[in-house]
Design a protein around this ligand. Structure first.
Ligand code: NAP
Length: 289
């Protein structure tokens, strides 16, 4: 019988990439939902949805992701990122579904100077980071659940840094981009690919579904300035670009100075090959003007 994969928040960046990728996985039956069809904050709706559709796997792409807005929209951020995860975890346990949740580098305070491993102490300094950690915590003890933390997510779908830089490069005489925050971009298509690889390999019994927390982004390290410079270079755009410090932009939420994630655990557990950030950026840019 075909295994059922429920994707929540399916109209976002990551959800849209999984939707694209689902065309390569005809052996699975995908159910794509978003706020209009399954509001993850509605406990009864979630339990009923699971009872009716009986998913074997749940990939949670639903989240409150507006990092600055969250600082003043605390209740809503808690409701989606915390209560939503409680509901998904609860319904997954009742229905014996495997739950794959996606979280963020913002669970750390960004003061490290070497890549964050999964067991590094968390210390979120933003509402977004705090609510995402609250969500992660609901999965502790669920032996059928994984949390994958990622960073600097972008895609040809949705709004993100790559699209912002392309837009600004066409409308502004010059760009100022932050050069004192280090991290690694993650092409949402690669993350979608990794998640499907994990599910597919578990179904084929190549690897075992191993619960816990994992880190995933592309490989390499850069600053936002390096990232923007590479976007312009790959697109042959000659708008001048200048490095600046974080103080240059007033933002409601503090950004981590360092948010590189150590990916060795997910690579070794799930036999993944992770592309370098420049290669993936180049692929994504072929889809963007
Ligand atoms: N974006 C990043 O840079 C980044 C970095 C690190 C980690 N992450 C994590 O990666 C995951 C995917 O991020 P993303 O960028 O793909 O997010 P996204 O584009 O913002 O998509 C999130 C989706 O969830 C939906 N949603 C919001 N509230 C919902 C609810 N109550 N019930 C059901 N759906 C709801 C949103 O709908 P609306 O648009 O209508 O609200 C949207 O379609 C998230 O867990 C995020 O925290 C993202």
């Amino acid at each position: 019988m075909q295994k059922i994969i429920l994707v929540t928040g399916a109209n976002g960046q990551l959800g849209s990439e999984i939707k694209e990728m689902s065309k390569n996985y005809s052996e699975f039956n995908f159910i794509f939902s978003d706020f209009d069809t399954l509001d993850i904050t509605d406990e009864k709706a979630v339990v009923d949805f699971f009872t009716n559709t009986k998913p074997n796997y749940v990939i949670n792409c639903a989240a409150y992701t507006a990092v600055d807005k969250a600082e003043s929209d605390i209740d809503k951020a808690i409701f989606i990122n915390d209560t939503g995860l409680f509901n998904l975890n609860h319904a997954s346990v009742i229905n014996n579904a495997k739950l794959i949740n996606v979280s963020t580098d913002y669970v750390f305070d960004g003061t490290a100077n070497k890549p964050y491993t999964e067991d590094h102490p968390t210390n979120p300094v933003t509402i977004y980071g705090k609510t995402k950690l609250m969500g992660e915590n609901h999965l502790i003890g669920n032996n059928n659940a994984l949390t994958i933390r990622t960073s600097w997510l972008y895609s040809s779908f949705g709004n993100n840094f790559v699209k912002t830089i392309l837009r600004l490069a066409h409308t502004n005489p010059e760009l100022n981009v932050v050069n004192d925050q280090q991290g690694t971009p993650c092409y949402a298509r690669d993350l979608a690919d990794a998640i499907m690889h994990i599910i597919d390999n578990c179904e084929k019994e190549i690897t075992k579904f191993t619960p816990g927390i994992y880190h995933y982004s592309n490989l390499g390290v850069c600053t936002w300035f390096d990232f923007a410079k590479e976007i312009l270079r790959l697109k042959n755009i000659d708008t001048p670009i200048k490095p600046c410090s974080s103080d240059f932009f007033k933002q409601a939420a503090k950004r981590p100075t360092y948010s590189v994630l150590d990916k060795s655990k997910i690579i070794s557990t799930y036999k993944l090959e992770i592309p370098n950030w420049e290669d993936s950026l180049s692929k994504c840019l072929t889809l963007l003007n």
